[in-house]
Design a protein. Structure first.
Length: 614
């Protein structure tokens, strides 16, 4: 629910924090908890015991351990003193919220007190002083940087650290800001830098910072923006046109105070020159400059453009965007190639180059935080993963396969725990009207995550599921549950999906299920793809999938009176796991025709169960 930003180059490192499905007033203090954050070449995590840990670049003392890395600015990337940390180190205890900025860091403790450390140029720490530097050279004249945490405010529930500025939401919903204000990015009606916190507006539940501009979401889900608008990034229909010179504009449409942009917004993310917002119906909207995700290069698009549906969390980061969809899949898109032609693997796609449309990169992700080319992603077990190592100034690192950096991290209160998350309210898809009332809700959720193949969706919900359609649905279920594709699983096990294991079908999904031991066909080397399954057969195949892919044990018998012996252990497993509750009266209707609505609901319930095991 917080901002995520990173710089395309070392010279422009932006705001950073955790992005997850938003849940206003989720924590005991009234805000959501941000428990890990990527910053300018570094990262922070809060472990389950409340301890804060840091790793990476330590210029300005932004790790908070009392030391500092000193750079030789005449000969980047050489270091005069190297106190970067290449393993996580403990910083402080009793922390519930952390926000890493480009060169300073903020943390909220359990009592609501706000602490900050690192670079204090332009008063970014809000302590009444500022660090004075020689312009363009970074040489400190008066040093008020803080290498260890210093207390700033009380009664704070959320904080965002940006480029030389900071925003904090207090328990009463008031928004406060301080630091650099040359484009009106603080929103106080001036362009004066602020060395101490100044109140901006009331009734705020979330705030996001881009490059010299910012957003706030109020309790009525209205979205407000202010600051620099040279790329249309404020989303108000206007663009500030640069006229050359020192920050001169021919037409100045920057905003010095908050202006309302749109309604029904639950989450917003701001970057260098484009912005993203998720509406309450799960639709994702974008504006600004760049590849916004619809395949088109947008030049200063100043009004929101719809990108896609079913989005739980989004992170706009410099030239790229990452988004978690309702199925827990993580997608990325945007620019990966620099002006020099180099490609750095920021998108996490393995394939170097720009991505004009959302591209799947990981599965089963609950929250994300990105900054300056570093993306940190969280799985439901509290582990933090990344496909690029921590970056220090002047040193670019190539893409690697995702690897776990640290475990035992506290889950954010607003982490998106998959489609089963009860806090997520989904509108009807409009495609389930023909289904029985008991099935409509779960079928809608299955449709939001693309769990079901067209052969099931379009066949009529109360019509029989063909054996071939059932195979397609089961394979898609396996892919979403394990996080691996059918091709990846087959390759790892040496299964040739082009083998015709049955004489009456060459379907790769059927071949896959046969190799996995999920189905054996109907005998005589046939699968009968156009035939129907019964209820006991589909549940038996679900049980076999649980055995093969998740190590589940089929123990005991069926609680229903009408289940044949061969299916009893599997029906018993499905009943105990909540996949089915029978048809009433102690019966399962084992030999009843399997309907498409049964297939959809059984697969959806199995997915919710198995996502927790993968």
């Amino acid at each position: 629910m917080k901002i995520i930003s990173f710089a395309l180059t070392v010279a422009l490192v932006l705001a950073v924090s955790v992005s997850a499905a938003p849940a206003p007033a989720a924590s005991a203090m009234g805000g959501s908890l941000s428990t890990f954050s990527a910053g300018g070449g570094n990262g922070f995590v809060i472990k389950t015991d409340g301890s804060l840990w840091a790793c990476g670049d330590n210029e300005y003392g932004k790790l908070g351990d009392g030391s500092e890395t000193i750079y030789n600015y005449d000969n980047l990337p050489s270091k005069l003193r190297d106190n970067d940390r290449y393993d996580f180190i403990k910083v402080m205890d009793g922390v519930v919220f952390v926000a890493a900025g480009s060169s300073h860091t903020m943390a909220i403790k359990t009592d609501g007190s706000l602490y900050g450390w690192g670079d204090n140029q332009f008063g970014a720490l809000g302590i009444g002083t500022e660090t004075i530097c020689v312009p363009g050279e970074g040489r400190v004249l008066i040093d008020y940087n803080m290498h260890t945490p210093i207390k700033i405010l009380d009664d704070v529930v959320s904080v965002t650290a940006g480029w030389k500025c900071t925003y904090a939401i207090k328990t009463d919903g008031s928004l406060w800001a301080w630091g650099l204000n040359n484009y009106g990015q603080l929103g106080d009606g001036t362009v004066e830098n602020r060395l101490t916190p100044v109140k901006i507006m009331d009734d705020v539940i979330d705030v996001a910072y881009g490059s010299s501009y910012a957003f706030a979401i109020k309790s009525d889900n209205s979205l407000w923006s202010w600051g620099l608008n040279n790329n249309g990034q404020l989303g108000d229909g206007n663009v500030s046109i640069h006229g050359g010179g020192s920050r001169g504009y021919v037409v100045d449409n920057n905003r010095l105070t908050p202006a309302k942009i749109m309604d029904d917004v639950k989450s917003v993310s701001a970057s260098w020159r484009h912005s993203m917002a998720i509406k309450t119906d799960g639709s994702l909207w974008a504006w600004g400059t760049g590849y916004l995700g619809d395949g088109i290069w947008h030049s200063a698009t100043a009004l929101p453009v719809k990108i896609m549906d079913g989005v739980a969390a989004v992170s706009a980061t410099s030239e790229i965007t990452l988004a978690i969809k309702y199925d827990g899949n993580l997608y990325s898109w945007g620019i990966d190639i620099s002006c020099s032609g180099a490609s750095y693997g920021y998108l996490g796609t393995r394939v170097r180059g720009d991505a004009l449309y959302p591209t799947l990169i990981m599965r089963n992700i609950v929250a994300i935080s990105t900054a300056h080319g570093l993306s940190l992603v969280m799985k439901a077990d509290g582990s933090i993963w990344s496909w690029r190592p921590f970056i220090t100034y002047g040193l670019e690192q190539p893409y690697t396969d995702p690897e776990m950096l640290i475990g035992g991290v506290m889950l954010p209160a607003d982490a998106f725990m998959g489609i089963s998350d009860p806090s997520v309210s989904l509108p009807s898809s409009g495609k389930t009207d023909s289904a029985s009332e008991w099935a409509m809700g779960e079928l809608d959720r299955a449709l939001y995550i693309w769990l079901l193949p067209d052969s099931v969706i379009n066949g009529g919900w109360q019509s029989p599921t063909s054996r071939l359609a059932a195979a397609d649905a089961l394979v898609r279920l396996i892919e979403l549950s394990t996080g691996d594709t059918m091709a990846q699983i087959a390759s790892a096990n040496g299964w040739d999906l082009n083998d015709n294991l049955f004489s009456d079908t060459g379907s790769q999904t059927v071949t896959f299920l046969r190799y996995a031991g999920v189905t054996t066909g109907v005998g005589d080397n046939k699968y009968d793809p156009g035939g129907d399954y019964n209820r006991a057969q589909i549940v038996t195949m679900l049980g076999r999938i649980a055995e093969v892919f998740f190590g589940a044990a089929m123990q005991g018998g069926s609680p229903f009176s009408d289940v044949p012996g061969w299916a009893a252990p599997y029906v018993g497993y499905a009943a105990s796991a909540g996949i089915t509750d029978g048809v009433g009266g102690g019966r399962f209707d084992s030999l009843g025709v399997l309907q498409n609505q049964h297939t959809g609901v059984f697969c959806y319930r199995a997915l919710i169960l198995w996502q927790k095991l993968s």
